[in-house]
Design a binder for this molecule. Structure first.
Ligand code: GLN
Length: 536
């Protein structure tokens, strides 16, 4: 079957949730038996978001094949339960880099290289790439940014060209807009939507379906009005109300018949009614918890929870699995010190120390870990969090007061965390970390093994520094064990301590692999330990 293409654009404002709408539609199509994937086109000039500070753009999500990508790809995987790849996220930087490299190789044979056709051709090539794999019947392409942005123009033009090239039933455009509510007159306003559709039309693109974000229900008359002024069918005006959780959106879109409208426009059969049994079962568990626990998330970007998106979603998945509500308390690592740690962390049932880079706030992380270790509070350290657990143990149990990571102190006599040798030669920052999936072998006698119930797993990475194996014996003599190891390189992947209900440090990022249908085993176990702790 020739794949069908769905383009999702956004108007009026940013942050309307295009990613969630795209993921929800893909979920519904998948639940009807179609193979679907989602791609995000980001109009910024960074080649990938790997070099972006989380304050700029939220978390950097990492795929199996080691691409550093936009956090929307995390939603795609969590909803669809299938992996994405480098091809699922393309930025303007990557497009231009490719075109400029081609130009340097003389590939354009003396032609003037221009936005149209060269940049737009490269955008179109990237869009069609996923279709050409033969793996998907439907490809949803989300165009980042808001219609009218200068940066988005080449993308909208590429969409216009594709619509012109393709048959009518081969592609369609969904435009996500906002219906603002004026509380003084108590009414929803449609004008911004009309204007943003006009902006799209100026670029030659007529949307087929409008998804309208709104705080209040849209009346029949209003649907008609929007349809008339925006030139769409009135069943193609979809109401997207605010809902308690993003995981309600697929069901809301089902009720609004977004999937059916899409299928009929693409001339695809509806097949069966969507099978959403396990999705609904998850929602029931999520909304009817028997327990409630408090987890402290210790990090330096806590002002912006998007910086820890995948971790927060992993809590939701693992919480539902354990029939527990997980209340996340965001605690700034810079505000924790030895003398206030107890007061800051006293009512927590579990402590997660987040990933990160650089030395801001790390002493607070170390104090928090000591507190969790000494008071038998379930602890989960991810990447930098694991590295800090190693340093804390070296300093306070082994007694090496100067123990450190060479990321923060290059001169320490006890570099318990050190750079991998192959990293030392690298000077370029972008895309050069240890990235993507690696195998980890787990020792039988460990909590990790109890969680995974298998001895070989694969997990995703994003880091330059490592546990320094030179010191492994000293750690084991005092009770900290490497319980997961990369079988080829012998790099430590998991550390645990004995005689603690849950003390887990992982060099990889389990949060990237937790999905609604497959909550991550280490998160499940962590939440379980926290529930037990809360009952004491
Ligand atoms: N800064 C550490 C490293 O590069 C940890 C990275 C992370 O937490 N993702 O190894």
């Amino acid at each position: 079957m020739t794949p069908k293409y769905i383009f999702v654009t956004g108007g009026v404002t940013s942050s309307l949730g295009k990613g969630i709408i795209a993921a929800s539609l893909a979920k519904l199509l998948q639940a009807r038996g179609y193979s679907a994937t989602i791609q995000k086109l980001d109009p910024y000039i960074n080649v990938d978001p790997g070099t972006l500070n989380p304050y700029e753009h939220g978390e950097c999500y990492v795929t199996e094949d080691g691409a550093e990508t936009d956090l929307d790809l995390g939603h795609y995987e969590r909803f669809l339960n299938i992996p994405t790849s480098q091809a699922n996220n393309v930025t303007t930087g990557r497009i231009y880099q490719h075109v400029i490299n081609q130009e340097r190789q003389g590939a354009y044979l003396g032609k003037t290289v221009q936005v149209i056709p060269h940049i737009t051709d490269e955008i179109k090539r990237r869009i069609k790439l996923l279709g050409e794999t033969g793996d998907y019947e439907v490809i949803i392409t989300e165009i980042g940014g808001t219609v009218g942005d200068i940066e988005s123009l080449p993308y909208i033009e590429a969409v216009r060209q594709l619509l012109w090239e393709m048959k009518e039933e081969e592609a369609l455009v969904i435009h996500l807009t906002l219906l603002p509510y004026l509380s003084s007159t108590k009414e929803l306003k449609t004008k911004p939507t009309q204007h943003s559709v006009k902006l799209l039309l100026e670029s030659g693109v007529q949307p087929d379906i409008l998804v309208c974000r709104t705080e209040h229900m849209i009346t029949k008359e209003m649907r008609k009005k929007i349809a008339l002024f925006c030139n769409v069918d009135s069943n193609a005006v979809i109401e997207a109300l605010d809902v308690p959780t993003i995981y309600d959106v697929p069901l809301m879109m089902l009720k609004e018949k977004l999937d059916k409208t899409v299928l009929s426009k693409l001339k695809l059969s509806a097949k069966n009614e969507p099978d959403l049994e396990s999705w609904k079962a998850f929602l029931i568990r999520h909304k009817n918890p028997k327990h409630e626990i408090r987890i402290g998330l210790i990090g330096k970007y806590v002002e912006l929870p998007d910086a820890y998106k995948s971790i927060i979603e992993s809590f939701i998945h693992a919480g539902a699995h354990n029939e527990s509500r997980v209340r996340v308390q965001y605690i700034h690592s810079e505000l924790i010190a030895e003398d206030n740690v107890e007061q800051k962390l006293a009512d927590l049932d579990g402590i997660l120390v987040a990933p990160g880079f650089g030395d801001r706030g790390i002493e607070g992380k170390i104090s928090a870990i000591r507190y969790a270790r000494e008071n038998n509070i379930p602890f989960f350290g991810i990447c930098l969090g694991m590295q800090m657990a190693v340093i804390e143990f070296a300093r306070n149990v082994i007694g090496w007061k100067d123990a450190h990571s060479t990321e923060m102190n290059i001169k320490t006599k006890h570099p318990v965390i050190d750079m991998m040798p192959e990293q030392k030669k690298i000077t370029m920052k972008g895309g050069t970390m240890r990235l993507g999936s690696y195998i980890c072998e787990i020792s039988k006698d460990s909590i990790a093994y109890k969680a995974y119930e298998k001895s070989k797993v694969s997990e995703r990475h994003r880091h330059r520094f490592e546990f320094n194996n030179q010191f492994q014996k000293d750690f084991e003599a005092k009770g900290m064990f490497v319980t997961g190891v990369n079988p080829e390189t012998k790099l430590a992947e998991i550390i645990e301590i004995k005689n603690h209900p849950y003390f887990m440090g992982v060099q990889f990022h389990p949060e990237y692999k937790s999905t609604v249908l497959n909550p991550h085993p280490l998160f499940i176990r962590f939440i379980k330990a926290a529930v037990t702790f809360s009952q004491k």
